[in-house]
Design a protein around this ligand. Structure first.
Ligand SMILES: CC(=O)SCCNC(=O)CCNC(=O)[C@H](O)C(C)(C)COP(=O)(O)OP(=O)(O)OC[C@H]1O[C@@H](n2cnc3c(N)ncnc32)[C@H](O)[C@@H]1OP(=O)(O)O
Ligand SMILES: CC(C)C(=O)C(=O)O
Ligand SMILES: [Mg+2]
Length: 531
């Protein structure tokens, strides 16, 4: 396939010509949750299933009903609740599995039993103890039974990619004749390369005897980091269903990441010539929901949905981005539901991005002032990972962004009861020698501490954002509290770190109070001249 790509063409992803459809089969709730640390209960699965339906998934593999009563109920509830996608349940080629999967799917608008049986010599001999013919006979008998219990049947030849290609053709031809309408050739152990997988799919498409409506599916694992590339290679060779998971979760190193497959097909549409039915603006919210439900975050540098996917810190890239977004981005943050591209200021940033940020904050320093601000900014950035707006503001106004005080905490006590209110008392000292103690009650210990600090300092804080996250590991992990509060018609941010998250919150609140006090009354921007 030849393709001319214009890297500056903002419209290279526009879908104006009808193309063949690739079905997206989501197995987050089956293969994804099967990996250690990713288990989801019935309620979590139902929430996730609704999000997957809104995302536009064609087939949701909701679970393995024979695995446990809760998984059976999860699949049954999802089957009853969703009306858009096909709902699928996984089953071994065993009567018990097939029957319970059929029962779990009874309420579905459109159901699919997904049968699997290993076909590779290693699995046949060591795992199943079956001959080639026994595998074919067992698969066909199971497909015939499953057909009577669901609208359609998918058959997966487990470990297909390490199976003799000619034998795989026999298995799939028999499965299609028995009634399977989707033939899945998984790279169960993530062994293949893109060139090999494309060749194998081309071979299967050429030789497997089947009706026209039967489609081939890929299911790639990421053991060598090639799951997405392999899935795309399978599509290039004619696969018309891709099995994948949100955030790429799944057995061992995971499955092909759904968001990466979908965005690759979209961004490089002229190359692949296919469409999916996915509403890509829901990719990021769906990824976030999964991290909340499983407690497993994605790495910052994860493609498409990682925090850095649309963030730039280095000056040369920021300069390019300010001139033309296409210089360093091939997708829009909005297209994956991530809001705006961020230019983060840190030690790698340059003057262009710094000046732009200062302008947003209302400062327009001349060249001489800019030299001083830039030097102070770099010195601060060498010590901090990220320079925030309030730091820049302090620099631009001629204040010391690293200044602490005037208020310091000398004592903090909190008391809370499950289901009841909480109380807090604080003792603070001021650099002017003043010492003050105050107490307050609140909806919880955080609320009580914030109120006590407001009272003690006389500064009202209207908290608009509050986040706590671990910044180290283990039972004695440090927690970082980040607060944003509204005061005098602007937002102020403060951070606090401690092994005690209430104490971290108190430090964050006091950091805001101190900033407000250090900057009031606010001098004019020209104060930079006095740096
Ligand atoms: C590649 C994949 O992702 S496959 C899906 C993997 N997912 C899971 O295993 C999660 C859910 N699994 C479970 O809850 C349990 O394994 C169960 C309930 C399904 C089975 O539990 P048990 O009956 O105790 O069997 P156990 O898991 O220990 O062993 C697997 C058995 O299934 C057999 N088996 C494995 N795959 C298949 C298959 N596709 N078709 C028929 N039998 C199979 C094995 O040969 C073994 O049989 P044996 O008990 O006669 O020796
Ligand atoms: C059950 C099958 C499709 C599977 O998950 C695999 O082979 O990886
Ligand atoms: Mg798998």
């Amino acid at each position: 396939m030849t393709h001319q790509h214009n890297p500056t063409d903002e419209n290279s992803d526009v879908t104006d010509v009808a193309a063949e459809r690739v079905r997206i089969f989501d197995t987050t709730l089956r293969d994804g949750e099967q990996a250690p640390g990713f288990s989801m209960d019935r309620r979590a699965k139902l929430r996730m299933a609704h999000a997957l339906e809104a995302l536009g998934i064609d087939v949701i593999e909701a679970g393995f009903p024979h695995a446990s009563p809760d998984d059976f109920n999860a699949v049954a509830e999802i089957a009853r609740a969703l009306r858009g996608p096909t709902i699928c349940g996984l089953a071994r080629c065993q009567t018990g599995d097939i029957e319970s999967t059929g029962r779990a799917l009874e309420g579905a608008h459109h159901s699919r039993i997904h049968l699997f049986l290993s076909t590779s010599p290693l699995h046949r001999e060591h795992k199943l103890g079956m001959s080639k013919q026994q595998v074919i006979d067992t698969a066909c008998a199971s497909i015939e039974r499953a057909k009577t219990l669901s609208h359609e049947v998918e058959f997966s030849a487990e470990d297909a990619m390490r199976t003799e290609p000619e034998y795989l053709v026999e298995v799939f031809s028999a499965a299609a004749a028995a009634g399977a309408t989707t033939l899945n050739a998984p790279d169960t152990v993530g062994y293949m390369t893109p060139a090999e997988i494309a060749e194998r799919f081309a071979y299967l498409l050429k030789h497997v005897r089947r009706d026209q409506h039967v489609i081939f599916s890929s299911h790639c694992h990421d053991d060598l980091g090639m799951a997405v590339a392999n899935s795309l290679a399978a599509v290039s060779a004619g696969a018309r269903q891709v099995e994948c998971t949100i955030n790429g979760i799944g057995e061992r190193a995971g499955n092909a990441s759904l968001e990466e497959v979908v965005m690759a097909l979209r961004v490089r549409r002229p190359l692949f010539g296919v469409d999916t039915g996915i509403d890509t603006r829901k990719l990021y919210p769906t990824s976030r929901l999964l991290t909340q439900l499983t407690g497993q975050a994605v790495p910052r540098n994860k493609a498409v949905v990682g925090e850095n996917a649309f963030a730039h810190e280095s000056g040369i890239h920021q300069h390019g981005m300010l001139k033309h977004r296409g210089t360093y981005e091939i997708m829009h943050a909005q297209d994956v539901g991530m809001g705006e591209t961020r230019l983060v200021l840190g030690k790698h940033s340059g003057r262009h991005a710094l000046r732009q940020r200062l302008q947003v904050l209302g400062h327009t320093p001349d060249e001489g002032e800019m030299d001083i601000i830039f030097a102070r900014f770099k010195a601060l950035a060498d010590k901090k990972r990220e320079v925030h707006d309030e730091d820049l503001e302090a620099i631009a106004l001629g204040h010391d962004p690293e200044a602490t005080g005037p208020w310091r905490i000398t004592q903090l006590n909190t008391n809370s009861h499950m289901g009841g209110s909480a109380s807090a008392s604080v003792r603070l000292t001021h650099d002017n020698g003043h010492e003050v103690g105050e107490a307050a009650i609140g909806d919880g210990p955080v609320d009580a501490v914030l109120r006590a600090i407001e009272r003690a300092t006389g500064t009202a804080l209207d908290v608009t954002q509050f986040q706590v996250r671990a910044v180290s590991e283990g039972g004695d992990a440090q927690g970082q509290a980040q607060l944003t509060a509204r005061h005098a018609e602007r937002d102020w941010r403060g951070n606090g770190v401690s092994t005690d998250i209430i104490e971290a919150t108190a430090h964050a609140a006091l950091a805001i109070v101190n900033r407000i006090e250090r900057q009031a009354p606010a001098p004019q921007p020209a104060a930079v001249a006095g740096l």
